[in-house]
Each structure stands twice: as C-alpha cells, then as structure tokens.
Ligand binder design. Structure first.
Ligand code: SF4
Length: 67
C-alpha cells in the first residue's frame, strides 16, 4: 500500500483494487489527479474534505488510517 500522510492520518492507496469509478476525481479534483505523479496531491484540501471523499471510494482502493 502506498501512503500519503496528512497531519495525524494517512491516505492508503491500493491501485489493484481501483475500479476506475472516478468518484474521487469528480468529487475532489484538486487532490485526485490521475494524470500527475504523485497522483494524490494531499496538500490541496483539508483533512476533513479528504476523509469525506475517501469514504466514497466504492472499491476500497483508497482508505484512511490513523498514525
Ligand atoms: S473512487 Fe476509488 S475506485 Fe473510484 S477511481 Fe477513485 S480510487 Fe478508484
């Protein structure tokens, strides 16, 4: 799992689980930029906004973890 730290949490990313629904890209385009590297721009939104968006990932490819 790739980890993207933000304050006291990190976003986990497991690409093999992604079903390409694009919920993340549509819901929070400032953070989820699939054409860029790294594709998650963790500094571009609040922790709360990122947690809320990750909760809408239908596949579990994105997940929230507490350090
Ligand atoms: S919301 Fe989840 S399943 Fe959909 S594209 Fe983003 S990471 Fe993949």
């Amino acid at each position: 799992m790739k980890k993207y730290p933000k304050e006291d949490i990190y976003v986990g990313w497991e690409p093999e689980k992604c079903t390409h629904s694009a919920n993340c890209v549509r819901g929070l385009p400032s953070v989820f930029k699939p054409k860029e590297k790294p594709w998650i721009k963790i500094d571009n939104a609040s922790k709360e906004a990122i947690i809320a968006q990750v909760a809408k990932c239908p596949s579990g490819a994105l997940s929230i973890h507490r350090d």
